[in-house]
Design a binder for this molecule. Sequence first.
Ligand code: FAD
Length: 584
Amino acid sequence: MSSKAAEDVSNIWDSPTHPSYFLPSSANQSLLSPSFIVHHYAPMKKKPQASTFNIIPPLFPFLLLLPMAASDPIHDTYLQCLSRHSQSSPSIPPISTLTFFPTSPSYSSILQAYIRNLRFNSSTTPKPLFILTPTHLSHIQASIICCADHGLQMRLRSGGHDYDGLSYVSKLPFIILDMFQFRSVLINWEDETAWVDSGATIGELYYKIAEKSRIHAFPAGVCPTVGVGGHFSGAGYGNLLRRFGLTVDHVVDAKIVDANGRVLDRESMGEDLFWAIRGGGGGSFGVVVSWKIKLVRVPEIVTVFRVEKTLEQNATEIVYQWQHVADKMDKDLFMRLVIMPVSKKKTIRAKFVALFLGNAEKLLDEMSERLPELGLKKEECIEMSWIESVLYWSNYPLGTSLDVLLERQPSSEKFLKRKSDYLQKPVSKEDLEGIWKKMIELGKPVLNLNPYGGRMGEISEYETPFPHRAGNICKIQYSVNWKEEGDDAANKYLDLIRRLYDYMTPYVSELPRSSYVNYRDVDIGTNGDDGNASYEEASVWGTKYFKGNFDRLVEIKTRVDPNNFFRYEQSIPSLASWRSIMSE
Ligand SMILES: Cc1cc2nc3c(=O)[nH]c(=O)nc-3n(C[C@H](O)[C@H](O)[C@H](O)COP(=O)(O)OP(=O)(O)OC[C@H]3O[C@@H](n4cnc5c(N)ncnc54)[C@H](O)[C@@H]3O)c2cc1C
């Protein structure tokens, strides 16, 4: 092992926010042993022994404001429970200092810090009874035990990018377990793996990789502020998809706190649960604290381009041809297509945005052979490193410092709605013209087409819960953003995007009409407000996200969380819980 690698490996287990950091020092020799992990943390009914470590975990500046002492007797009851079930020592802050009730001056700023959809940031949006911001595993364990004891729903939040706000809103009494302080990224360069905490953003992960290497990368999302916790839980994809597949295709281990408060890793959780957490959707199986990933290698030079064409510039013909080649081109090429109405001019703009894992010359050859209709020119291609392409894809000007990847707040907040579909056969030119007409009429919704094929076609649909592999030309994201406040505006824009979705019915996958779980969409069905649903009710939305894998997810959920502790509007249902409700 090189000294550099050795240094990084030791870091993995020395991070203040790493799950194993707080394990007693006597256990150092067996830190890697899963049996150690389960044995020392389960069952969590008694107060565990205090750790002997002497560390102060990193806190957000605003957390230095200590929560106001809870004077309400109900708050006291919760705090007593949380304190009873968690550790506290000179190195582990008491859980009371990490628990924020509405009376705390920091409550609103912490709540709002990770709301990424303004639709769920109004005075009428239901608010949590308290927000817990754990820095230690026992804080997570205590939150699970105390929520179960007091019949509270728990919402799990990492980056807060859930499109329908399900990580921080519930109609029933609830708390938020906000993971943003669990955010270390520790890379082992020797075996090209990393442990990434759920509260890290993918931008922070990319930054850490680029700090040391120009030839390593990780296949995850395009937007740097997305949280690792939810993104990995829902499969995750980005512009390396055609070459490397999904994010979860590169997860090799994980640490999770389950519904019994046990800390498990891959070996101790078993292959079924490990399968389920890699794409079965967040918040159903436990709190994933940390993920071990395998990095991928990319060339030192990659090439990007962004080219726009309107209808007057032959967009219909180019889009038509794009459908025939986008999933069949060189797997090193990912060419996204964004289609938007320009209502004032009564036209459509088709934007082609690409990442090619190679130089401009090779890209031009591929494009002139496969999609000559686009007429790509040499001056439209820009060569750069992979990490620079990450910034380019996030619309930062060339030359922007990599430090922007560490910013956790997006440049602007929006009201928004997203929906998704899968395209399996090309749409005719005549029908494309009908879609354009509809988009111009609706004026606002945008279509984002992300090509599949390549590596995606080589992996079985049963390998992970994410089933949309071979046979898809592309995934379609329907997108609408708006700035106006209030229900009237929201209803207007929701109606527009739903009308476009309805219009697209004849052209997209059917039986089931499929959706991507990370593009959360409660329109396709829910478990109801209390999160308890029968198999039949849940399978309405479940088969759209997971197709045949839904049954395996339900079977695993019934085994690992029979009481359905981890539940919400689109959580995987537990058959045991449903049977017991029915027999009451
Ligand atoms: C601006 C933007 C850009 C996006 N770009 C992409 C993209 O390029 N590719 C892509 O695939 N997706 C993309 N997405 C979708 C994104 O992957 C999902 O919304 C993802 O679930 C967000 O994860 P999060 O941790 O930020 O969200 P959260 O809202 O915190 O969580 C989402 C879900 O996961 C659960 N969850 C959160 N943390 C944990 C945890 N630690 N353990 C278990 N469950 C947990 C939550 O309860 C919730 O159900 C984008 C979303 C936005 C808003």
